[in-house]
Design a binder for this molecule. Structure first.
Ligand SMILES: [Zn+2]
Length: 99
């Protein structure tokens, strides 16, 4: 479903469904920040105070892990949120939705 690292293809390669309206917005980034933060914050504490690594080593390793995890998790989370939008036919609200 992706044409680039985070860019959706114009249509589904299997069934031809139109992906042009696909927009998960900031949703994937929010979930990735929550997940990665929950992983790397304890990692920093363990590396610095559990393994007694020098501060800069622990920080560098934690930052590398944070960047790597974010880059690895963004595409699957973006695909997941788009799948939820597709399944529930989510779209921008209009005045017809109020009545
Ligand atoms: Zn399809």
């Amino acid at each position: 479903m992706f044409a680039g690292y985070l860019r959706f293809a114009d249509r589904c390669a299997v069934c031809g469904a139109d992906f042009k309206a696909a927009d998960a917005g900031d949703g994937p980034a929010v979930f990735v920040i929550l997940v990665v933060g929950a992983v790397v914050a304890p990692l920093l504490i363990i590396l610095q105070f559990g393994l007694h690594l020098p501060g800069w080593v622990a920080l560098a390793a934690t930052m590398a892990a944070a960047v790597g995890l974010c880059l690895a998790l963004l595409p699957p989370f973006k695909a997941l949120l788009f799948a939820f939008q597709w399944k529930h036919k989510a779209r921008e609200a209009t005045f017809e939705d109020i009545e």
